[in-house]
Design a protein around this ligand. Structure first.
Ligand SMILES: Nc1ncnc2c1ncn2[C@@H]1O[C@H](COP(=O)(O)OP(=O)(O)OP(=O)(O)O)[C@@H](O)[C@H]1O
Ligand SMILES: [Mg+2]
Length: 327
């Protein structure tokens, strides 16, 4: 496998007074060239915190307690100097932030924002504008109109496509997209995802989607990691996860997606409230909400096991099955 990113044992904490929140707890995953994966989980499960760690920029007062991040099979990114980090991130890896449409500078025309990116990365401005024209056309946008516009002159869907075009400007090999379509209507969502998939095929880039909505991205990703309370609870090929989830949380998450056709009475939500990270004990983080909870779930943390279905799952229901996965 031509691995372009490997994350091992990533743990991120937020000290809150005399308590500490483990927002990301021993998370490991990797992605190959040209592959598309998704981190899926409900609000507060640690998805954006992982995205920030990917460029060593966890928000205050967060601390990366342990873990390694390696791009392109190189050294540990977290231990590199800032100049080397910048060469890897932004130039080979780019990020479309959650609510990216609001990250465009409202005071500057898009043309100027392209030029600023070019200047920051020592790229000729004219070359960058030509490249932006090509990318905006790929996004089904009129390049001249968009380059001359201020962000407020564009619709939400257009701004989101502009943000993605800007993320492609430096020819990245990996793009991290945090909730790239959440703010869009269903039609714009589908068209943005279709474009991203086309670009992935043309350029063989790797995409990391971060989303709470597995149904939206299931057509465009190869593999899914389901997160709960900072941990990966199940991972596997998207078809396997969607059709045959094993973890009770993943089952609940998939079961809560309304079908396009069929009986809505089959839709059941997850019971209980999202986890309070301050009240987590040593056992399984999902124990309080789990319909299949057993005594040991309250005390022992389940380890990730590889099942014969191909999925890996961290749940005591499967303790007698498969091999433990080393993380
Ligand atoms: N700046 C911060 N200060 C304190 N705690 C934080 C901060 N940012 C994140 N956290 C903690 O980390 C947890 C995970 O937050 P994160 O933003 O990564 O979740 P998310 O999965 O991206 O959620 P959403 O779907 O709402 O975007 C939060 O529940 C919170 O406890
Ligand atoms: Mg988030």
């Amino acid at each position: 496998m031509n691995e372009v990113l490997s994350v091992r044992g990533l743990t991120i904490v937020f000290p809150m007074g005399h308590r500490t929140i483990r927002a990301v707890d021993n998370v490991s995953f990797s992605i190959a060239k040209g592959e598309s994966i998704a981190l899926v989980g409900e609000s507060g499960s640690g998805k954006s915190t992982i995205a920030f760690a990917l460029f060593n920029n966890v928000p205050q007062p967060g601390i990366i307690e342990s873990g390694e991040i390696r791009y392109f099979q190189g050294g540990n990114f977290l231990e590199m100097g800032q100049a080397s980090q910048r060469q890897v991130f932004w130039e080979k890896v780019s990020m479309v932030f959650q609510a990216a449409q609001n990250t465009l500078n409202p005071l500057l025309r898009i043309r100027r924002q392209v030029e600023d990116i070019a200047q920051a990365h020592h790229v000729n401005k004219k070359v960058a504008i030509d490249k932006a024209r090509e990318l905006l056309s790929t996004m089904y946008l009129d390049p001249t109109r968009v380059l001359d516009a201020y962000p407020h002159e564009l619709s939400g869907g257009m701004k989101q496509r502009v943000s993605i075009a800007l993320a492609l400007l430096l020819d990245p090999e990996i793009i991290v997209l945090d909730e790239p379509t959440t703010a869009l209507d269903v039609i714009s969502q589908a068209s943005v995802l279709k474009i991203l998939n086309e670009i992935r095929r043309q350029r063989n880039i790797s995409l990391i989607f971060i989303t709470h909505d597995i149904s939206v991205i299931s057509q465009v990703v190869d593999r899914v990691l389901v997160m709960y309370a900072g941990s990966v609870v199940e991972s596997g090929l998207v078809q396997k996860i969607v059709r045959d989830p094993s973890h009770p949380y993943a089952k609940g998450l998939i079961g809560s997606i309304p079908p396009l056709v069929g009986d809505l009475s089959d839709v059941h939500g997850l019971r209980g409230n999202p986890v309070n990270l301050l009240s987590l004990s040593g056992g399984c983080p999902f124990a309080d909400r789990c319909p299949d909870v057993m005594t040991r779930c309250r005390t022992d943390r389940p380890l990730m096991r590889q099942l014969s279905t191909g999925n890996a799952v961290a749940c005591h229901l499967y303790d007698a099955e498969g091999e433990e996965v080393r993380t």
